[in-house]
Design a protein around this ligand. Structure first.
Ligand SMILES: Cc1cc2nc3c(=O)[nH]c(=O)nc-3n(C[C@H](O)[C@H](O)[C@H](O)COP(=O)(O)OP(=O)(O)OC[C@H]3O[C@@H](n4cnc5c(N)ncnc54)[C@H](O)[C@@H]3O)c2cc1C
Length: 395
């Protein structure tokens, strides 16, 4: 009989966590995973070492059109709960920076932890099962894959986001949301680089590889962290985080020297000019940011007129450029290079305690398919564990 208490669609981070919890509570649980192995994104995460949580997780680390939704799940299953599982399996780990925990050896250890835990608690995990259709009749869900049909009274959608389609990401979660008339907050690539528009492409593309600490603003959002110049745009932690809030056609502002102010830089520039000119300026500026980038920005200043003739107004414009370099990115690097998808199925359709759909009893959504997106640094996996745990307790 292909009949179960619970069918979980997707054997990734949230699905594996949820299935184990439900099975530990005595439920007969089936996971249907389309891939030839479980947890494909876990394997590539954190550069192969999986940044599996962040010890400083708090609701403010998440973006959602319904911000309070994460509170209950995050406090019901905390970073320390997942760390305990990691310790039980004797997986060695380290804190890289700012609470970000990574495996010492390999992300595969986290997959093994989740799969072992699910299987020893009785979960049946079937691979190569691409789910194609759901039929909901008389309170029961029938799930059709390419080859088989399965049935359960509870269905958990844990099919993840649209990023990294090369690892098999699909829009099944959105198809199911549409089928049941659930609202969707428009999805977009996030934790992704931002493409240069033409002018910045000309100015910066041969500086690929340069990285430095800057401050970036996007609307009212601001963060100081590392930026990296690539051959087609900007990347690095501060830009990946900026992509969580950036909207098409919106300007971003880079402060190349956040430890100084426009006023102090302006004073410095005037002093340098009075002392004889651009050599001094270049020495001064090159001490603060990588030389080639400093020269490019200085070249930008020269393009405004000869150094000796620069008016106070122009010096101020240069100081402003150093502290508030403005441009409108052409786009993000897209889903193929984005760590996550922002947006997703509207959480207002679900109970924050159980992740159950308010208008379709028995239907649950967990993990990244929901409109909950964490910052860079282990927050997205923590959401997968916490939402998966909350749901597992309710099945
Ligand atoms: C390169 C990269 C690096 C990352 N690094 C980190 C990190 O270090 N720390 C962090 O916190 N987050 C990281 N993330 C984000 C993190 O991987 C996700 O947020 C997390 O995996 C989401 O969990 P999930 O269970 O919702 O989805 P997933 O883990 O993506 O699982 C969804 C599963 O559903 C399956 N599926 C999809 N469609 C179907 C279908 N039609 N039928 C059957 N199965 C289906 C998929 O194959 C997949 O196994 C990274 C992401 C990427 C792409």
């Amino acid at each position: 009989m292909n009949s179960y208490d619970v069918i979980v669609l997707g054997g990734g981070a949230a699905g594996l966590m949820c299935a184990a919890e439900a099975a530990l509570r005595g439920r007969k649980v089936l996971i249907l995973e389309q891939g030839h192995r479980p947890g494909p994104k876990i394997l590539v995460s954190g550069g192969g070492r999986c940044n599996f949580t962040n010890i400083y997780v708090k609701p403010a680390n998440y973006y959602s059109s319904n911000p309070g939704f994460v509170n209950e799940a995050l406090s019901g299953f905390k970073p320390k709960n997942f760390i305990n599982l990691v310790k039980e399996r004797r997986i060695s780990y380290h804190e890289k920076k700012e609470g970000q925990l990574f495996c010492d050896k390999s992300a595969k250890e986290i997959i093994d932890l989740l799969v072992k835990r699910a299987e020893t608690s009785g979960v049946k995990l079937l691979l190569n099962q691409k789910v194609q259709q759901i039929v909901h009749k008389n309170g029961s869900f029938t799930v059709k894959t390419e080859t088989e049909t399965y049935q359960a009274n509870k269905l958990v959608v844990a099919t993840g986001g649209l990023s990294w389609p090369q690892l098999g990401a699909t829009d099944l979660g959105f198809q199911i949301a549409n089928q049941f008339g659930l609202k969707i907050i428009e999805p977009a690539p996030a934790l992704a680089g931002l493409l240069f528009p033409t002018q910045e492409m000309i100015r910066f593309k041969d500086l690929a590889g340069i990285h430095l600490r800057v401050s970036v603003s996007c609307g009212s959002w601001n963060m100081e962290e590392d930026i990296m110049i690539t051959h087609k745009g900007l990347s690095g932690p501060v830009i990946l985080n900026a992509s969580l809030v950036w909207k098409p056609k919106q300007e971003i502002i880079i402060n190349w020297v956040p430890e100084l102010t426009v006023e102090s830089t302006y004073r410095q520039l005037k002093k340098d000019k009075a002392a004889g000119g651009r050599g001094e300026f270049r020495i001064w500026f090159s001490e603060r940011i990588p030389r080639r980038l400093a020269e490019r920005i200085a070249w930008n200043a020269e393009a405004r007129g000869s150094w000796a003739e620069l008016s106070d107004e122009r010096l101020l414009a240069l100081a402003t450029d150093i502290h508030a370099y403005r441009f409108v990115p052409a786009d993000t690097f897209g889903y193929r290079m984005a760590e996550v998808m922002k947006g997703g199925v509207d959480t207002r359709e679900f109970s924050p305690t159980t992740m159950e759909c308010l208008k379709v009893p028995g239907l649950f959504f967990i993990g990244e398919i929901l409109d909950v997106t964490g910052q860079l640094g282990g927050f997205n996996f923590q959401w997968a564990w916490s939402s998966g745990f909350a749901c597992g307790q309710a099945l």
